[in-house]
Design a protein. Structure first.
Length: 227
């Protein structure tokens, strides 16, 4: 995949109405400081387009990055920051659930988890929210893979899969923003899904049903999951 253009197209706060896009949305979820901004910057090949903060819980909006004039990267607020008050955290949680359940353009959800640690309770909760809202498991990106030895990779993947309760079919991809490990595999997944989306639109025409049966672009994998 070649990244030709990127723009921050939309920012949603807790009181915003849902953004109704026609292009596919690839959603990034993860706890505070898991490396979401670093992942996005690596993906779009920009050093600091998505702001990287040393202060956990800094992102309090849903940010839509429009890529190549054809799809969105959607950055959800980080969760699990201990200093965030319960009332404030509940507002963020409601905003995230509202988006996951209400968007008709979600093509894929990606959950980022730190490979060095087992998933937290919030990670497990987010994994289940995604499955409940979309009907399928997210792709799990295991960030900071350069921080562990190669001999530990398989053990960490197995442990994280078990703690999340993910099936054997759920894709876990070790990723490093520093070494770019996993980036090409992620590009291939995006290319494949976007190709399927284009083919589906050609078959069904504009205004056809989506991947939940509401608009064009439902992939075979999602049809199988919903049946």
């Amino acid at each position: 995949m070649k990244i030709r253009s990127v723009e921050l197209a939309k920012v949603l706060g807790v009181k915003s109405e849902l953004f109704r896009s026609r292009e596919p949305e690839f959603v990034m979820a993860g706890r505070s400081n898991v490396g979401k901004s670093s992942f996005i910057n690596s993906f779009i090949r920009r050093k600091s387009y998505a702001r990287i903060s040393s202060t956990p819980g800094k992102t309090r909006t849903i940010n839509f990055y429009y890529v190549n004039g054809s799809f969105y990267l959607v950055d959800l607020p980080g969760y699990g920051y201990a200093a965030t008050g319960a009332v404030e955290q509940e507002k963020w949680d409601r905003m995230i659930r509202k988006y996951l359940r209400g968007s008709e353009s979600i093509e894929e959800v990606i959950l980022l988890v730190d490979i060095r640690h087992d998933p937290t309770k919030q990670d497990i909760q987010m994994f289940r929210w995604i499955v409940d809202a979309t009907g399928y498991e997210p792709i799990v990106i295991l960030t900071k893979s350069d921080k562990i030895g190669k001999t530990q990779l398989e053990k960490r993947e197995s442990s994280i899969r078990a703690v999340l309760g993910a099936s054997d079919a759920c894709r876990l991809i070790p990723f490093s923003a520093r070494s770019r490990q996993g980036l090409e595999e992620i590009y291939e997944i995006f290319d494949s899904l976007l190709t399927e989306e284009t083919a589906s639109e050609a078959d069904h025409g504009e205004g056809a049903v989506n991947h939940r049966g509401e608009a064009a672009g439902m992939t075979e994998r999602k049809r199988t999951k919903e049946d």
